[in-house]
Design a protein around this ligand. Structure first.
Ligand code: NDP
Length: 614
C-alpha cells in the first residue's frame, strides 16, 4: 500500500522523488510501453478468425429448446426496433410512455435480454452497480437482491420489463432481419426477415449490440482440435453440467483449457477451477482485478427511496465520472473511486492553474499508484511467486475493462489449476489434442474460447448480419467502410429515419444502460413530435455530419491515452486506424452528461438543426 504523498505545494505541482513515491514514474512508463510494444501486431484486428462457414456453429443459440413455428407477417408500422436487449426494450418502453404503441421488436434470440440472454457462463455478473445498471427499477418497483447482480437476475429483470410494458405481444423472437431498404417515395423502410416477414416502418431503430458476434483467435489449427469447444457467450451446459451459479459436475474428470483472461474469463475461471479435473488458463494479457465487495440490498434502505431516485443516482454516477462536483458519491465503488482519485487530490490543495501537461502527468502518477495497489493483490493472494508475477497487469486503468472479482486470484492456488502465460504472444496453435504454447502441447478434453467479440465499425454489415440500403442504393457498409460516420452518434446522411443506439460517437459513461435509456427517451420524444407535426422523414445534412465528426474525432486526452495502451478492442488493437475504428474513440468531448443535455437543448429548440425535415 502506498503512503499518501503530497503533490501540490503552494498551488504548484510537486513531483515527489521515487523513494517517496515508492516507484519511479519514468521507469513505470518504460515498463508499460515495453508490455504494449511486445503485444502490438501488424495485422491488428485482422488477427481474429470470423465465425463463418464451418465455424458458424459458434454463433448458434444454445438456449432455444423449441423453435417457434409461425407464418410470415406483413405489416405497416410506425417503428421497427431491431434487437430485444436492454436498448430495444428501453426504446419500446419509452415509445409506450410517449403514446406510440405501433411498434415491433425483432430479435434473433428466443427471448428478451440481449447480452444477458446470450452470456450465461458461470459467474456472469454485471460489474456496474445493479441499482443504476438494471433499467426501469422505479417504474417496475423491483429491488435487486445484491449490489452487483448475477446474470439470472438480470435476465429475469429483462423479462419483467417485457411483461410490465406488454412488450411480448409486440416482439418477434427467433427472427433475424436480413435487409433494410429505404423507399424514398413512400418515406419508409422495408424491413425483411429470414422468416419471410415484411414490415413497412416509418422509423427504424437499431439496437443490435456492439459486442454481439463472438470471435476466435486466428491461429493455425483452429479447426483441428478434436475435443469439445465452445465460446463463453454460448456456454454449453449440456457438456459442462451445472448452471450459471457453477457446480459444473460433468467436468470432474475433464482436462479443460480456456483461452483469454478478459472480463468474461475472470468471472468463469473460478467455477472452472472448482470443477474441472485440470484447468489450464492460457493468458496473453492479464486483467487488472480489484476487490468486488458485493453485498445484499438492505430492504429498509430500498423502501426509503423516493420516486426518481434511480435517475438521481445515475446522474450522480455520471457526474462523478466526468469530474463534476457532487455532494455525495452515492454509488461509491471501484468505478467512482477510479475517477475520484485525481479530483480528491486537487480538492482543497490550492492548485487552480495547473497546465494540461501537469494534469496529465499527475493523472498518470495517480494511475500508477492505483495499479500498484491492484498488482499488490496478486502478491498478497497468489502463493506461487512466478504465477503472482505473471498475473500482474501493466497498462493504465482505462486501457481495458477494469475487473472486480474476489474469487479469481485465489483460483490459482488450487493444485489443479495452471496459468500458462504466453509472454504477450498468445497461444501458438491448436492440434488435434490441444493447445501449443512455446512448443509445449497441453492435451485437453475441452477448450473454451473467452476471446471476446467482433468490434469494428468498418465491418458493420458483417457484424450486424444485415444489409442496409439507404437513399440512392448506397449501403451502410460502404458508407462506413472507413469508419462510422454519424450525426449525434445516432443518424447518418443518406439513411433517413434510421437510428443507431449505442456507444461510439455519443457521450461516454461506463453504465451502458444509462446511455441506452437516454437515447431511447430522446428518440421517443423526437418520433412523437414528428408524428404530431405530420413530418414523415428526417435526415442529417452532409455538412452537419461532417461538423459533428470533426468534433468527436478531434484528438483529445483520450486519444493520447489510448495510444499509450496495450492492444485491445478499445483502441482497435493498437492499430494506426484506431481513430476511426476503436470502440472508445470518437466520443462527445464534454462527456456523457453534457452530451445528453446537448441533445435535450437541441430538441427543445424545435428546429432540428442539422436535419432535413420532410
Ligand atoms: P475481451 O475482448 O475483453 O477479451 C478477450 C481475451 O482473449 C483477452 O484476454 C485476449 O487477450 C484474449 N485473446 C485473444 N486472442 C488470444 C490469443 N491468440 N491467445 C491468447 N489469448 C487471446 O472479451 P471479454 O468477453 O472478456 O469481454 C468483452 C467485454 O464484455 C468487456 O470488455 C466488457 O465490456 C464486457 N463484459 C462486461 C462484464 C461486466 O461485468 N459488465 C463482464 C464480462 C464482459 P489480449 O488482452 O491480449 O487481447
Amino acid at each position: 500500500m502506498n503512503k499518501p504523498v503530497s503533490f501540490i505545494e503552494n498551488g504548484q505541482l510537486r513531483i515527489p522523488a521515487a523513494t517517496e513515491l515508492g516507484f519511479d514514474p519514468a521507469e513505470m512508463r518504460r515498463k508499460y510501453d515495453f508490455e504494449r510494444d511486445r503485444r502490438l501486431r501488424e495485422e491488428g484486428a485482422a488477427q481474429y478468425q470470423d465465425i463463418e462457414d464451418d465455424l458458424h456453429h459458434y454463433n448458434d443459440d444454445p438456449h432455444i429448446t423449441a423453435p417457434v413455428e409461425r407464418a410470415p407477417v406483413t405489416e405497416t408500422i410506425e417503428v421497427a426496433i431491431l434487437g430485444g436487449g436492454f436498448g430495444g426494450m428501453l426504446m419500446a418502453a419509452r415509445l409506450h410512455e410517449a403514446g406510440i404503441r405501433d411498434f415491433r421488436i425483432i430479435e434473433r434470440a428466443g427471448d428478451f435480454g440481449g447480452t444477458w440472454y446470450w452470456n450465461r457462463y458461470p459467474g456472469a455478473q454485471c460489474d456496474v452497480e445493479s441499482y443504476i445498471y438494471l433499467p426501469l427499477l422505479d417504474e417496475t418497483g423491483y429491488m435487486p437482491s445484491l449490489k452487483y447482480s448475477f446474470q439470472p437476475e438480470i435476465l429475469e429483470h429483462a423479462q419483467r420489463i417485457g411483461n410490465h410494458f406488454d412488450l411480448y405481444s409486440r416482439a418477434f423472437f427467433q427472427t433475424q432481419v436480413r435487409e433494410l431498404r429505404w423507399n424514398d417515395a413512400a418515406a419508409h423502410w422495408k424491413v425483411t426477415t429470414d422468416r419471410g416477414d415484411v414490415f413497412h416502418a416509418r422509423q427504424v431503430v437499431i439496437s443490435s449490440g456492439s459486442l454481439n458476434r463472438p470471435k476466435l483467435p486466428g491461429i493455425p489449427g483452429i479447426r483441428d482440435f478434436k475435443g469439445h469447444t465452445f465460446h463463453t457467450s454460448r456456454w454449453d451446459y449440456a457438456y459442462t453440467g451445472g448452471s450459471s451459479t457453477g457446480n459444473l459436475d460433468k467436468l470432474r474428470d475433464k482436462r479443460v483449457g480456456i483461452i483469454g483472461t478478459g472480463a468474461t474469463a475472470i468471472q468463469a475461471i473460478p467455477h472452472l477451477g472448482a470443477s474441472a479435473a485440470r484447468l489450464y488458463v492460457f493468458q496473453r494479457t492479464p486483467s487488472s482485478v480489484d476487490e468486488r465487495r458485493n453485498r445484499p440490498t438492505d430492504p429498509e434502505w430500498f423502501k426509503s427511496l423516493k420516486k426518481g431516485w434511480q435517475q438521481e443516482r445515475n446522474d450522480n454516477f455520471t457526474k462523478l465520472l466526468v469530474g463534476a462536483a457532487v455532494e455525495e458519491d452515492l454509488v461509491n465503488d471501484g468505478w467512482t473511486e477510479l475517477f475520484k482519485s485525481l479530483g480528491e487530490l486537487l480538492d482543497g490543495s490550492g492548485a487552480s492553474n495547473l497546465t494540461d501537461a501537469e494534469l496529465k502527468l499527475l493523472g498518470e502518477i495517480v494511475d500508477y499508484q492505483h495499479d500498484n495497489r491492484v498488482r499488490g493483490r496478486c502478491d498478497d493472494i497468489v502463493k506461487d511467486a512466478a504465477t503472482a508475477q505473471a498475473l500482474k497487469h501493466w497498462y493504465r486503468p482505462w486501457c481495458k475493462r477494469p475487473c472486480f472479482n474476489d474469487e479469481y486470484l485465489p483460483t490459482f492456488n488450487r493444485p489443479t489449476v495452471t496459468l500458462v502465460d504466453t509472454s504477450g504472444k498468445g497461444v501458438e496453435r491448436l492440434t488435434e489434442k490441444g493447445v501449443v504454447v512455446d512448443g509445449v502441447e497441453y492435451e485437453l478434453d475441452c477448450l473454451i474460447f473467452a476471446t471476446g467479440f467482433e468490434v469494428s465499425r468498418a465491418t458493420y454489415t458483417h457484424q450486424a448480419e444485415l444489409e442496409i440500403i439507404g437513399r440512392n442504393d448506397v449501403t451502410l457498409g460502404e458508407y462506413w467502410k472507413n469508419g462510422m460516420r454519424t450525426y449525434h452518434g445516432l443518424m447518418s446522411h443518406g439513411f433517413p429515419n434510421l437510428h443507431h443506439m449505442g456507444f461510439t460517437q455519443t457521450g461516454y459513461t461506463p453504465n451502458f444502460t444509462y446511455q441506452l435509456d437516454k437515447q431511447a427517451q430522446h428518440l421517443a420524444k423526437v418520433f412523437a413530435d414528428l408524428k404530431a407535426r405530420c413530418h414523415v422523414a428526417i435526415e442529417p445534412t452532409l455538412t452537419a455530419e461532417e461538423d459533428y465528426l470533426a468534433l468527436v474525432m478531434a484528438p483529445n486526452a483520450m486519444t493520447d491515452y489510448l495510444a499509450s495502451c496495450t492492444p485491445g478492442y478499445y483502441n482497435a488493437e493498437g492499430s494506426a486506424k484506431a481513430n476511426n475504428d476503436g470502440f472508445l474513440q470518437g466520443h462527445y468531448p464534454e462527456g456523457g452528461l453534457r452530451f445528453y443535455e446537448m441533445l435535450a437543448e437541441w430538441r427543445a429548440k424545435g428546429d432540428y438543426a442539422g436535419l432535413v425535415i420532410r
